[in-house]
Design a protein around this ligand. Sequence first.
Ligand code: 4AD
Ligand code: MG
Length: 483
Amino acid sequence: MSSRIKIAELLTAGSPGQKVTVKGWIRTFRNNQFIALNDGSTNANIQVVVDFENTDPAELKRYTTGAAIRVTGDVVESQGKGQRIEITAKEIEVYGDCDAEVYPLQPKKHSLEFLREIAHLRFRTNTFSSVFRVRHALAFAIHQYFNNRGFTYIHTPIITASDAEGAGEMFRVSTLDPDKLPRNEAGEVDYTQDFFGKPTNLTVSGQLEAELGAMALSEVYTFGPTFRAENSNTTRHLAEFWMIEPEVAFADLNDNMDLAEGMLKYVIDYALKNCADDLQFLNDRLLEEEKSKPQNERSAMSLIDKLQFCLSNNFERITYTEAIEILKNSNPNKRKQFKYLIEAWGADLQSEHERYLVEKHFQKPVILTNYPAQIKAFYMRQDDPKEGVPGPTVSAMDILFPGIGEIVGGSQREERLDRLTAKMEEMHIPAKEMYWYLDTRRFGTCPHAGFGLGFERLVLFVTGMSNIRDVIAFPRTPGNAEF
Ligand code: 4AD
Ligand code: MG
């Protein structure tokens, strides 16, 4: 195959007189003469000028929206407005025709809902190619951030026998035939006959295994798919999502907050610097979309301003106990506008409360710490009792972002064996099966901390998209596993 220049490179570095080959998909073909060609390297198209007088009319008919072609020709200064250069075609080869009559993507604006139904084709739109280029850049920046700081990337298992969060929201993994389940004498399913000899599920988090790594490598992180069988049909939940989970030995809650805030700022800054065109496109898309909303529902800041703002301000760090006081005395609570009213310390925070704190009260990202022990996971470090705090708390931290709510959840871990085993007993977590986790506390335990960043929630924030189904290529949600 002849060498090919990508359109992004051609548009920035190409100069008249060059002979080039480009390959891509036709976006539009106008006046039997002008092809707008896109290859996914940028939203900008290269204009290809066809010598229609010397082209077989049967060939011209094949230049339709969606067709895949190769163009070889000369770069010339463009006569038209809006582009510096264009290509005078010498040769056009059609790799794949595209019947415009049945091709679902028309050269017009489609709704995001419609595009979700044709997710196999939506990569070919400007919005989705921008989203996926930004998603890529964020993933790359995350690896770079940790690599620069001496972290080791480990791969934690996808199939596991433990429920890391203890919430029971797991997808079972089994090779047993559901119509012929083997039973034991008590009539229960006999999992000793299953593939792994015991019940297994898809992981909800790689944290527990990451902790094992940190107890030797000091700083590790895992970045992989995680699965939750929670029946949450919201714009913030997926049944399959990607999570970044660092784990750091000899670190406390403050170190953990610094690491998370540093990481978020680093990757947002990376996207601003390396995805300027895509973010500008998404910024303008959002402004356009918001025009149809009433004034009071529009964002106060544009997308890019919001990202810049996030970089230049410290995240507000407050305790759960302080947050409850703010929420109790807030107008929506007093006027009974919250769906779940905050009455007492100990209440779990709903997304309406998180968003009030972030969007109304502080108007910037907030890190909430020291939650009541009873609403958090078993592995979080138990705090010493503190004056003015009504009940036992743990060294937890959640980072709340405007428009998103919880983006990060983490904690300092309970490193004291006696405390941990007592807690597991209290929460009915089988200590015997988790001997490997407890061994780290038996053999050379140390203070350590970590967190989980929901990758799609980060991509939502940075791209300004409003539905999590639009920032992962093929979303899995209750009732939906298409593609
Ligand atoms: O708060 P979570 O459940 O924490 C954990 O899983 C810890 N084991 C992490 C750790 O300390 N290593 O989940 C972490 C983050 C949330 O803050 C959220 O951003 C995201 O994962 N998340 C989801 N994202 C999309 N869809 C879902 N159903 C999600 N559930 C959690
Ligand atoms: Mg959480």
